[in-house]
Design a protein around this ligand. Structure first.
Ligand code: AMP
Ligand code: MG
Length: 429
């Protein structure tokens, strides 16, 4: 009698597989971002990587005063001759940081340096290359300008970049080094940001041995070092969240329940890895059903078919697959955007672009595939190739890669030269 085969992750076309876009929509619908009440004020430098909770308005004009964009001579445009040349008396110098307080009368000019404040009575800078100074000894006593001098040129007007009261950073923006500089340029040294999210995470699996106890030791047959918890730590660290490491949890209902309850009491988000594949789903799902609302999804993606998602108390729960590469791919595709949304961050679509594949890539229709790719320049063109074998346990493939090659559900393979979509790591990690 033939064996009656059950659906498995070997199948490419399982009818009940959930498309990735639907999973993303369902997760987004569950997420409640932090509110303004979750704000705190931090010193400017500590705001790097945090999310702005209140729009930042400029208390000043930028530039704060009208100044010269070039080294030259500040003049009154009414003194520019209609034809020929005129000679203007040089009455002093306006340095950057040392204005010429006396101002100009008609027929006068002042030497001015880039950034120097425009003296009262001037509105134009004639650049030094376009004028002819007249010396008395070492001193420039006058300057000759001609009719080609353009009225109003080479002057930066007060407030032309930013006006007092303008919003310069919207709430929901993640503070970057450029923001830090911009905020400093306005004389602001404190920023209202959302509080840090608290994220608890643990690994599940009887085979796992924690580095905390076993680093450098020889393991028994069937045991492996727990790596997922360290990968999760590293990925979460980049998001600047508060981390609660709950260690390795054995594959029992009691231990799982205890870990989840402990996590739910303190965390906004709980992330586990392992124990959500068909083999163990029953006991995990039973435990989860007792203490929260969690659904198990079989996703139409590779790697990372199983994913659990829902709530335990007030905390959001993500049960990631156990395979190390699947942990990373599901984290970046599902968990990271959800955490960013919760952090109050304006989340945009993942940055992807199309390049040509330098190699043939095998793929059958039915699931979206995230292959590890190396994006490089070849004869002036950006091309991508895979890192080689794509097993979900091979973390080396993630280390070699600098992007994911995203092959859509319906794709049935790629020939050399075909366009493919890539998601670069630099925008992700
Ligand atoms: P599971 O989803 O629990 O069946 O795990 C799938 C595969 O991932 C198995 O080969 C596990 O041994 C491996 N795995 C699960 N958790 C971890 C972990 N924390 N570190 C390294 N490998 C893991
Ligand atoms: Mg397991």
């Amino acid at each position: 009698m033939a064996i009656e085969k059950q659906p498995s992750c070997e199948d490419d076309n399982e009818p009940e597989l959930l498309p990735v876009e639907i999973a993303l929509e369902r997760i987004a619908a569950q997420i409640a971002p932090l509110t303004a009440a979750d704000g705190e004020q931090v010193p400017l430098r500590e705001s790097l990587g945090r999310v702005v909770a209140q729009p930042i308005r400029s208390p000043i004009n930028v530039p704060a005063y009208t100044n010269s964009a070039m080294d030259g001579y500040a003049i009154n445009s009414l003194d520019i001759p209609a034809s020929g040349e005129v000679s203007l008396t040089v009455v002093g110098t306006a340095w950057a940081g040392r204005p010429l307080e006396s101002g100009l009368a008609r027929g006068e000019a002042a030497r001015i340096m880039t950034g120097g404040m425009m003296p009262e009575g001037s509105d134009t800078v004639a650049i030094q290359e376009h004028v002819e100074p007249v010396f008395s000894g070492d001193t420039i006593i006058s300057v000759r300008i001609d009719a080609s001098t353009q009225s109003g040129r080479n002057v930066r007007q007060a407030g032309e970049d930013i006006k007092t009261g303008d919003v310069i950073v919207e709430s929901g923006e993640l503070i970057s080094p450029a923001h830090v500089g911009l905020i400093a340029s306005l004389g602001i040294d404190k920023v209202d940001v959302f509080r840090k999210l608290k994220v608890a995470f643990f690994s599940t699996g009887d085979e796992l041995r924690a580095l905390e106890t076993y680093a450098g030791k020889t393991l028994d047959h069937g045991e492996i070092f727990d790596s997922n918890r360290h990968t999760l730590f590293a990925m979460l660290h980049r998001l600047d969240v508060e981390l609660i490491d709950l260690g390795v949890v054995p594959d029992t209902a009691d231990d799982t329940r205890r870990a989840l309850m402990e996590a739910a009491a303190v965390a906004d988000v709980i992330i586990s890895s392992g124990g959500v594949s068909a083999g163990q789903a029953d006991f995990v799902s039973k435990t989860l059903a007792e203490i929260g609302e969690v659904t198990f999804w079989k996703l139409a993606m590779r790697p990372g078919r199983p994913l659990a998602c829902g709530r335990i108390g007030a905390a959001h729960f993500f049960g990631l697959p156990g395979n190390p590469v699947a942990v990373m791919v599901t984290f970046y595709e599902f968990v990271q955007p959800a955490i960013k949304r919760m952090m109050g961050c304006n989340v945009t679509e993942p940055q992807r672009f199309t390049v040509s594949s330098a190699v043939k890539i095998r793929k059958v229709p039915g699931r979206i595939e995230y292959q590890r790719g190396i994006l490089e320049r070849e004869n002036g063109q950006l091309v991508v190739r895979t890192t080689g074998k794509q097993g979900a346990g091979r973390l080396t493939s993630m280390c070699l890669a600098n992007c994911l090659i995203v092959l859509p559900v319906e794709c049935d393979g790629i020939a050399p030269g075909d366009p493919v979509e890539v998601q670069p790591f630099h925008a992700l990690m």
